[in-house]
Design a protein around this ligand. Structure first.
Ligand code: CMP
Length: 155
């Protein structure tokens, strides 16, 4: 019995160190252009599992809260106006090393700087209309998943 307790302890530790969850949002211009299916296919082909998914539209106050870390940036107002301009697809994804692997899959914020084959290179219009969001750390992944989904909405 003691042996299994140790095993469970190390599995939990593994989960904490190599986080297996990230949050993504397909942004308004990509949803509007009907790119959701193609983007989701690319994500699933790379081995990510969808744990939760919903189509929703952010209010201005929700958007300001979600992007609060950027509130001092010169592009903040533009960002809020854009992200509230239409529905988005909010998604929780699971995979080993999810945050970093997903950041690599989507590519740089600016599609002109993104590597060939990345989602932003393929689908983004510009630095602001960049098709997709990906959490930048395990801590923010947890915060962002909780922002959109309750525990009972995750499978
Ligand atoms: P995202 O990864 O969702 O996180 C913050 C967002 O701010 C980013 O994607 C872009 O959409 C936006 N952003 C970042 N830098 C700029 C910029 N220089 N001009 C306009 N929008 C930006």
């Amino acid at each position: 019995m003691q042996k299994y307790k140790y095993l469970l302890f190390f599995l939990d530790l593994h989960k904490l160190i190599i986080m297996n969850k990230t949050f993504t949002m397909i942004k308004p211009e990509a949803v509007e252009k009907n790119l959701t299916g193609e983007i989701l296919q690319k994500i699933c082909q790379k081995g990510f599992n969808v744990i939760a998914l919903k189509k929703t539209k952010l209010s201005v106050s929700q958007a300001k809260k979600f992007y609060d870390v950027h509130n001092e940036r010169p592009f903040f107002n533009e960002l809020i106006e854009y992200i509230t301009s239409g529905p988005i697809i909010a998604i929780i994804l699971e995979k080993d090393n999810a945050v970093l692997d997903f950041r690599n899959l989507i590519g740089s914020t600016d599609p002109n700087e993104a590597e060939e084959g990345t989602i932003r290179k393929m689908f983004a219009e510009s630095k602001s209309k960049n098709a997709i969001h990906g959490s930048d750390s395990n801590e923010n992944a947890n915060i962002e998943c909780d922002f959109f989904f309750s525990k009972t909405e995750r499978f």
